[in-house]
Design a protein around this ligand. Structure first.
Ligand code: ZN
Length: 412
């Protein structure tokens, strides 16, 4: 969630969704942001493996308390190294290597270890002496799994890691330390909940803004690790199960009801807009963008003509459900998210529409759009959480504000 924005282009017409990727401040710090903003809108993911997932990676679920993170899917060899020794085992548990360094190469439906064919099963790398494993130089807690894809020379690399060890590598990528301990604790609970929700649906999580940004050990910081530790076991639930705990960078003063943004919104949870007086300090709280009329019409795929009016239909939080663009040659209605993404695609961040909370107007040959916030606006406003914490709010109070309909409970 990263925030982020992560979020997207050609839209799926079945859903008008801003998408998960808007989660997270990770977007602020990475180029992924801009890319994410232009990703396609995704329908809710089914509880079945996505294409390209090796069957063994799905059938062989990790043990309780361990989360499976998809680090990469690649056609080039994967290098696993360690400062100590690790063991490589095949799908039957047989040791196929004991080393400090190995190169696994994908073949069509098989894996090769230093040139030796290991067959079609998943290979597991497990540290022997506590020294963490590195994949292509990036260090991770837990174990690594490498699974070939059927028929093509490609492999998936996954990291099986204890839930809270995973969060140690997520939190600093999704919220900076300067937001303060209580905001970080709220983020830890949200991130833990979000991960559990995704695992319950898909069985694993992505390591980027499609889920939450995960940087492994290199990402960890002392303060965010403390936030994870001090919230151990805490999750947001409704009817006894983890909710989809969306979060975003900046709401701009009012959050958005989940059902306005996401097709998989849960009934009774995040179902109303929440006032947020605490994100005023965000650099994304309010912004203005200007588009020459010809560029504006071109971006929306409309013919060149003098514009006569722009009319918004808004949701209960004031965000655009649609924009009616009228010119001398006719009218067109554009879905709010399409309007945002089309006018953002290929542009630098400072020229993008950062949310659908917009007020457009025509001003002598130019379309001027005033906007508020960054992201989909659903769930926790991260800048708002930081501002609320700075006024003395606890992480409990932060979560109660931004997740109406959910309660903080403890994992058994
Ligand atoms: Zn806010």
């Amino acid at each position: 969630m990263s925030v982020h924005p992560p979020p997207r282009p050609a839209e799926d017409p079945r859903v008008r969704v801003r998408r998960v990727a808007w989660i997270g401040l990770a977007a602020l710090a990475t180029l992924a942001v801009a890319a994410c903003l232009d990703l396609p809108v995704s329908p809710p993911r089914p509880a079945v493996p996505a294409s390209g997932v090796s069957a063994s990676a799905v059938v062989d679920a990790p043990p309780p308390g361990v989360i499976r993170v998809r680090l990469k899917s690649t056609s080039v060899p994967a290098a696993i190294t360690s400062a100590g020794t690790f063991v490589l085992s095949d799908a039957q548990g047989r040791v196929v290597g004991r080393t400090a360094s190995a190169q696994i190469t994908p073949g069509p439906g098989t894996l090769l270890l230093d040139g030796r064919d290991l067959g079609p099963g998943v290979i597991t790398a497990q540290p022997l002496d506590g020294s963490p494993l590195a994949l292509d130089g990036k260090v991770y807690r837990g174990s690594l799994r490498l699974g070939p894809l059927p028929a093509v020379p490609r492999l998936n690399v996954e990291n099986d890691v204890a839930l809270d060890d995973y969060l140690l590598g997520v939190l600093p990528r999704e919220m900076p330390d300067r937001f303060g301990l209580e905001a970080l604790k709220a983020q830890a609970v949200a991130a833990r909940t979000y991960a559990l929700y995704e695992v319950s649906r898909r069985g694993w999580v992505f390591a980027d803004t499609r889920s939450q940004v995960y940087g492994g050990i290199d990402a960890e910081s002392a303060l965010s690790s403390r936030a994870v530790r001090e919230t151990r076991g805490q999750v947001l639930t409704a009817d006894g199960t983890p909710i989809k705990a969306w979060f975003h960078s900046t709401c701009g003063g009012l959050t958005a009801p989940a059902a306005e943004m996401f097709a998989d919104a849960q009934r009774g949870v995040l179902d109303r807009a929440v006032g947020c007086p605490d994100c005023r300090a965000s650099p994304y709280h309010s912004w203005t963008r200007r588009f020459p009329t010809d560029q504006f019409l071109h971006s929306l795929g409309l013919g060149q003509q003098p514009l006569t009016s722009l009319h918004l239909e808004t949701d209960p939080s004031g965000r655009a459900r649609s924009v009616e663009v009228a010119g001398t040659a006719g009218k067109a209605r554009v879905d709010g998210e399409s309007f945002r993404s089309r006018l953002s695609s290929g542009r630098p961040l400072k020229q993008q529409l950062l949310s659908t909370w917009i007020t457009p107007r025509i001003e002598s040959g130019t379309v001027v759009i005033d906007g508020r916030g960054w992201g989909h606006g659903v769930g926790m406003c991260q800048y708002g959480a930081a501002g609320f914490a700075a006024r003395g709010a606890t992480h409990d109070a932060i979560l109660r504000r931004y997740y109406p309909g959910a309660e903080v409970t403890r994992l058994p």
